[in-house]
Design a protein around this ligand. Sequence first.
Ligand code: SF4
Ligand code: SF4
Length: 164
Amino acid sequence: MSNRKKNNPTSVFAPLFRQLKQRPPRDLDTVVHTAHRQAFAKINCLDCAQCCKTTGPLWIDKDVERVAKRLRMKAVDFFKTYLRVDDDGDTVLQQVPCAFLAADNACTIYDDRPKACREFPHTDRPKQAQILELTERNAAVCPAVVHIAEKLETVYRRLDPPAR
Ligand code: SF4
Ligand code: SF4
């Protein structure tokens, strides 16, 4: 799956995500998608850019070819200049913040940006139950995902029984 690089899970939502993973609710997509729309109605990515500053996308070959072409570079030279293969074998940025992030938080290759950038934080796609681990990790980066997780808390979270 094309995606952002891994982050440590945020601990505050760990019980919620554990519960959701054990028994994904049938209406999970509806609740997540509604919360996604609400979050991005309030949050302007140009005021944030945390994903571009702290994680960066995983790159697939088509991303490399497309962005290299935009920059009028050979793909191999583009790779050597901006990318590397990490310990997991994934193609990632050599450094963050992303080299294509401008001072005003705009993406300077916006129309050709990697697929993973376009899809982040993936909370508007179907089958949310299959990406709960990813969503939990992304809550450590993205304020929109924090909003979504808080909404999930109010809808689904069962309180642990009090200790005797
Ligand atoms: S971290 Fe989330 S809210 Fe911030 S710029 Fe990225 S997608 Fe937008
Ligand atoms: S390519 Fe653009 S959207 Fe993707 S991480 Fe870099 S600045 Fe952000």
